[in-house]
Design a protein around this ligand. Structure first.
Ligand code: DCS
Length: 292
C-alpha cells in the first residue's frame, strides 16, 4: 500500500478522501506551518520522542498552538498505525499550519491550527546503503532559522532538483564556502579519524538521526566535532556521509566532479551504518500485530 486510508485530521481519524481544505489556507499561501517525518520500521516508530520534541520546539518558535499535548499526540499517532493495521516499513508525515482564513499576513484571530498526518510505505534503500550516493554543492540560500522544521522549503526544493537533474541524490549546501547541511539531510566529513559537522545552531535543522550519529560516534570512540568544514576541504576528505530519517546513514562517494577517497564508502561510515542496522533490528524481532 502506498498511502494508508485512515489519516489523522485535527484530533480525530477519517478516511483520506474526506480531507479537504479551503484554498485560503496558510500552509498553502504562506508556508505558514511546520512538519515532521518519522520513520516506521516493521510498524513501529523510530526516534519517536526526538521527532515529537522537535515538532513542539518548531511550534513554539513560530507561535503556533497545537491542539494536543505531546502525550496526547503520541497516543493519536500510535492509534493511527493501529487503525491502518500498519506493520511494514514506512513513514508518517505530519503537518500543522496556522489554519484557514482570508489571506492576510497577520496571524488570523478567528482561525485555528490545521493538522493532519498520514502514513505511507517506504522500504529501506539497501542499494544506496551499500554503494553510497553522489551529490552536488549548492549555495545555501535559505533563511536564518533553519532549526525550525518549517514548510518553507522552496530553496531546498530547488537545490534538490538541481541535484536530481545532474543525476545526483542530494545537494550539499554551503554559506560562502562553509558547508551547512544538505537539502533534506545533515552532512558530515571524516578527516584523520574525526567526524566534523556544522554546529546545531539556527543555520541547520538538528536531525534526529544526527543525535544518533553523535551517540554512535561516542560509543565507537570517534570524536564528533561540531565545527564547520569548507567545500574545499571535501576534496581531501577521508569519508563523507549524510543522515536523515528516510536516508538513514548514507555514504557519499562523489561531490560535483570530486571522487571521495577511493570512491567507496569508508570504514567509519560503515561502522556507523552497522550500528544503525543493529539498532533497527530491535523492530524486526518484535512483530506488530493488531487485534481489531
Ligand atoms: N536537514 C534538513 C534540511 C532536513 O529536511 C532533514 C530531514 C534533516 C536535516 C535530517 O533530519 P532528521 O534526521 O530528523 O530526518 N528531512 C526530512 C524530510 O523533509 N523528508 O524526510 C526527512
Amino acid at each position: 500500500m502506498s498511502i494508508y486510508p485512515i489519516i489523522l485530521s485535527q484530533t480525530t481519524f477519517t478516511h483520506k478522501d474526506n480531507l479537504t481544505y479551503p484554498f485560503e489556507e496558510r500552509g498553502l499561501q504562506f508556508g505558514d506551518g511546520i512538519y515532521e517525518v518519522v520513520r516506521i520500521y516493521n510498524g513501529q516508530y523510530d526516534l519517536f520522542e526526538e521527532h515529537l520534541n522537535r515538532l513542539f520546539r518548531s511550534a513554539e518558535a513560530i507561535q503556533l498552538e497545537l491542539p494536543f499535548t505531546k502525550e496526547q499526540l503520541a497516543q493519536l499517532l500510535m492509534e493511527l498505525l493501529k487503525k491502518n493495521d500498519m506493520t511494514a516499513d514506512g513513514i508518517i508525515y505530519l503537518q500543522a499550519t496556522r489554519g484557514s482564513a482570508p489571506r492576510n499576513h497577520v496571524f488570523p484571530k478567528e482561525a485555528s491550527t490545521n493538522v493532519y498526518a498520514y502514513v505511507r510505505d517506504l522500504p529501506r534503500n539497501e542499494t544506496n546503503q551499500a554503494n553510497g550516493v553522489c551529490t552536488i554543492t549548492q549555495p545555501d540560500e535559505r533563511w536564518r532559522n533553519c532549526y525550525i522544521k518549517s514548510l518553507n522549503l522552496l530553496p531546498n526544493v530547488l537545490a534538490k532538483q538541481a541535484a536530481t537533474e545532474k543525476g545526483c541524490y542530494e545537494a550539499i549546501l554551503h554559506l560562502d564556502g562553509e558547508v551547512t547541511e544538505c537539502a533534506s539531510s545533515n552532512v558530515y566529513m571524516i578527516k584523520s579519524g574525526k567526524i566534523y559537522t556544522y554546529p546545531a545552531t539556527n543555520r541547520i535543522l538538528k536531525g534526529c538521526v544526527r543525535i544518533r550519529v553523535h551517540n554512535y560516534a561516542d560509543e565507537i570512540g570517534v570524536p564528533f566535532i561540531e565545527e564547520s568544514f569548507s567545500t574545499e576541504a571535501i576534496a581531501s576528505a577521508d569519508e563523507l556521509f549524510l543522515s536523515s530519517t528516510t536516508s538513514e546513514i548514507l555514504p557519499i562517494t562523489k561531490v560535483d566532479d570530486t571522487v571521495i577517497a577511493n570512491g567507496r564508502p569508508g570504514p567509519i561510515t560503515r561502522q556507523l551504518q552497522k550500528r544503525f542496522e543493529q539498532q533497527i533490528e530491535q523492530y524486526r524481532s518484535c512483530t506488530t500485530e493488531y487485534t481489531k
